[in-house]
Ligand binder design. Structure first.
Ligand SMILES: [Ca+2]
Length: 518
């Protein structure tokens, strides 16, 4: 473990610019000419290829076997999820292309290179009728939602918030004092790249957390290269709930839409036996980008997996770090206002961000907490209001899904102290923010709720979305963020598309969800 004095700050900070372009709120519904990118090369037919196949609703074991056998005829290895809803395929691009009657090309779009199908997939009718979507099209990259503190502006401790600081600021102390730290609960995360045990151990040592290392689950070949995102996720989860068990579903470092969707599929396939309390996703992509690049099937596949995980496991998704505008490189037209997927899915809790400033770097108590300019938020062009938003006052839209639902500190200028070893460099402590820090904190908080409910002999909480919104109507449960904006949308009294219903008084929300709620 490097000492605090060897901390490396902003060494490879993501250069991040919020472009305050004129906004057009109707842009979500605009019809964009699809742009499938410029072809820059071919894809080797012998190259290794993983993908998943989502079966249509109501599929039986017989249906799954029929489709599995179809793909096997082309030499692909197929395994079927226990619920017969997903097939996991492994083989080559040549085999995948032959089965789907398509080919593959390497394309470049907005400076990003990826593999795509050369024409739409087609199957014999008996197969096509049973398939909902596949992840054969690799697609562009999902974006992680973390940012290393760029300037060292001190509205928080100089080394970023520690777990104890956050416990003080957001009132977790009484939960911990009552003996609830996540024992027996499980949280899954999906990440591109892995987390090093040495970093987690050093973090635990730094903050006197008992040893609790994550379990790594490799998906699509996985990756052994460490990355900041899962490191932040794991350390935020165990920093919030020391004893919760984290399962990191690691997909390849390229972070393609396809690999990421396969990660969600694997969590769905495992959940009936693992019984996860929550799933954290700290990645996203501009919602319209799926249409734009012709990769809608990849959104369809992710959505189907999230629906099947819900509500036995609640998914918490970071809303994005580019405010109400598209994520980096995934712009569609100047000034477009958009949200990111999967935060915009109607079966997840979308988590936005605040700037949680303290009285001073050493006096950790709320000074001002306002909406963080980077907090993703707005109105989905793809998903209607989830049930828990129907009829709720103050929404930006009464037809489209409003993003986010809740928030937590995310401004890298406050930031969290995280231990990480950048590839090829020494281990150090970093100050990291982004809505990626907020989503895992909420996922861990929900695990604390379920732990208390189980201890009381209650059923695990199902209708979380509705209960969070009703909790926010009870004075004191949430701090309503009323100052700030994320570019297009402004904070206001009540719900806003920057911070949702606000940030929690953790003990009061925990009490409401675990004890007050039957
Ligand atoms: Ca508000």
């Amino acid at each position: 473990m490097a000492s605090r004095s060897t901390r490396v700050i902003a060494l490879f900070a993501l250069l991040f610019a919020l472009v305050a372009a004129p906004a057009t709120v109707s842009a979500n519904q605009a019809k964009f000419a699809s742009n499938r990118g410029s072809v820059i090369g071919s894809v080797s037919l012998g190259a290794e290829k993983y993908f998943t196949v989502n079966m249509r609703d109501g599929s039986t074991a017989r249906d799954a076997a029929l489709v599995a056998n179809y793909f096997r005829k082309f030499g692909l290895q197929i395994s079927v999820s226990p619920d017969n809803k997903i097939l996991f395929a492994h083989g080559t691009y040549g085999q995948a292309g032959a089965a789907a009657n398509t080919g593959f090309v390497r394309v470049q779009l907005n400076g990003e290179q990826f593999n795509r199908t050369s024409r739409p997939e087609t199957y014999p009718p008996a197969i096509a009728n049973r398939i909902l979507a596949t992840t054969i099209y690799d697609g562009p990259r999902m974006r992680p939602h973390n940012i290393i503190r760029p300037f060292g502006i001190l509205v928080a401790p100089g080394s970023g918030y520690t777990p104890a600081n956050i416990a003080t600021y957001y009132d977790y102390g009484p939960i911990y004092s009552a003996g609830f730290k996540g024992t027996g609960r499980k949280v899954a995360i999906i990440s591109c790249g892995t987390v090093l045990s040495a970093d987690v151990s050093a973090y635990e040592s730094l903050f006197s957390i008992p040893s609790n290392l994550p379990t790594i689950v490799s998906v699509d070949g996985g990756s052994t290269t460490q990355d900041l995102e899962p490191t932040l996720d794991v350390e935020r989860i165990i920093g919030t709930a020391n004893a919760v068990k984290v399962f990191d579903y690691v997909v390849p470092l390229d972070c393609s839409f396809s690999h990421f969707a396969d990660g969600i599929a694997k969590v769905e396939a495992d959940n009936p036996t693992m019984h996860f309390d929550s799933l954290n996703i700290s990645y996203g992509a501009t919602e319209d980008f799926y249409d734009f690049t012709g990769s809608d099937s990849l959104l369809t596949a992710q959505h189907a997996d999230l629906v099947d995980i819900f509500p036995s496991c609640w998914t918490f998704v970071s809303s994005g770090d580019s405010g109400s505008f598209p994520s980096g490189g995934q712009f569609l037209e100047d000034g477009e206002v958009t949200v990111q997927y999967p935060a915009s899915d109607d079966h997840v809790i979308a988590v936005g961000g605040t700037t949680a400033s303290s009285k001073s770097p050493t006096l950790i108590t709320r000074n001002r907490e306002f909406g963080w300019g980077g907090s993703g938020g707005g109105v989905s062009g793809k998903f209607a209001l989830p049930g828990w938003q129907v009829g709720f006052p103050g929404l930006e839209s009464t037809s489209g899904r409003n993003v986010p639902d809740v928030a937590f500190d995310s401004d890298p200028n406050t930031g969290y102290e995280i231990v990480f070893t950048p590839p090829g460099m020494a281990q150090g402590a970093f100050i990291v923010g982004g809505t990626s820090a907020a989503a895992p904190t909420w996922a861990a908080t929900f695990a604390l709720v379920q732990q208390k409910r189980v201890a009381l002999g209650k059923a695990k909480l199902g209708p979380l979305g509705a209960k969070l919104y009703s909790a926010s109507m009870v004075s004191g449960n949430f701090f309503d963020v009323t100052v700030g904006d994320n570019g297009f949308y402004a904070n206001k009294v009540g719900y806003d598309a920057v911070t949702g219903v606000g940030v929690p008084d953790a003990f009061k929300v925990w009490t409401y969800l675990a004890i007050t709620t039957p």
